[in-house]
Design a protein around this ligand. Structure first.
Ligand SMILES: Nc1nc2c(c(=O)[nH]1)N[C@H]1C(S)=C(S)[C@@H](COP(=O)(O)O)O[C@H]1N2
Ligand SMILES: [Mo]
Length: 258
């Protein structure tokens, strides 16, 4: 084996992607014209798939303290009246526990002090609501990725569901309780945090106290406020009306990437 072919093989193995395997297999059929077409389309597909993943892992733009909106608009539920929530609020959330369960090896029950002690991130980002307004805020919270690793996701887990403490719409079947879901790419994105502080202050009730999701590559409605429970699931069709979120159940897209 010459140095260059050895090196090529080594590089190929190093790519360690399905795309690399497809390309290697295609090398053998490039002599027929059909083979060339297959190779070209596979190559195109691979590049598009890789670009998609790279794009989804890219960071959302971050701003400077001077950009922070003085009047960050609260939206949707801004003062939940659910009895369980009111009881927690009455004690300044001292009894609050974030439950992490579902398809995890080690279910967790975390106090706010526990959450504040976990790997954290602070970021100044722009929140974009589908209603057509944006505000810039500074968020500090526990990174979701390390938190999920502490619970240990089972191999069958595909989505992370956020169960919220507020009822946004009164319905007979209880489907008016706010919830959201994201996939594991967003769950492990470095800017995906469970925020307990906004603009260096404890998170206000209007913005989701004591804990709200920031998932910065998504539109506003994905940023679940009043998060009480995080559930790892393999499918979300059994929740609410089956579309993965409160607004998704009312016609919005499940994937709201920006
Ligand atoms: N639990 C819960 N989360 C929610 C909502 C809500 O009504 N309840 N509204 C969503 C929408 S549409 C937006 S734009 C943002 C608003 O966040 P803010 O109140 O901090 O501006 O929260 C999202 N998360
Ligand atoms: Mo929104």
């Amino acid at each position: 084996m010459t140095f260059s072919t050895h090196r090529r093989g080594w590089l190929r193995a190093g790519l360690a992607s399905a795309g690399a395997l497809v390309l290697a297999a295609c090398d053998r059929i490039t002599n027929s014209s059909r083979g060339v077409a297959v190779l070209q389309s596979a190559e195109g597909l691979t590049r598009r798939a890789q670009r998609l993943v790279i794009d989804r892992k890219a960071l959302a733009r971050e701003f400077t303290p001077a950009d922070i909106s003085g009047d960050f608009r609260p939206n949707g539920s801004i003062d939940p009246q659910d009895p369980d929530y009111l009881a927690l609020k009455a004690k300044a959330f001292a009894d609050y526990r974030l439950v992490v369960d579902g398809l995890v090896e080690r279910p967790l029950s975390l106090s706010l002090a526990d959450l504040r002690g976990m790997p954290a991130r602070t970021q100044i980002t722009r929140h974009d609501c589908v209603e057509g307004w944006s505000s810039i805020g500074k968020w500090t919270g526990a990174r979701l990725g390390p938190l999920l690793d502490r619970a240990g996701l089972k191999p069958t887990a595909r989505y992370i569901v956020f169960h919220c403490g507020d009822t946004l719409e009164q319905t007979l079947d209880g489907s008016g309780q706010y919830y959201e879901s994201i996939d594991l790419i967003d769950a492990y994105h470095p800017q995906t945090i469970l925020a307990y502080a906004m603009n260096d202050q404890p998170l206000p009730v209007a913005h989701g106290a004591p804990l709200r999701l920031r998932v910065e590559r998504q539109l506003g409605y994905k940023h679940a406020k009043y998060v009480m429970r995080i559930e790892a699931v393999d499918d979300y069709r059994h929740l609410g009306r089956g579309n993965g979120g409160f607004w998704e159940d009312r016609g919005y897209e499940w994937y709201a990437g920006i």
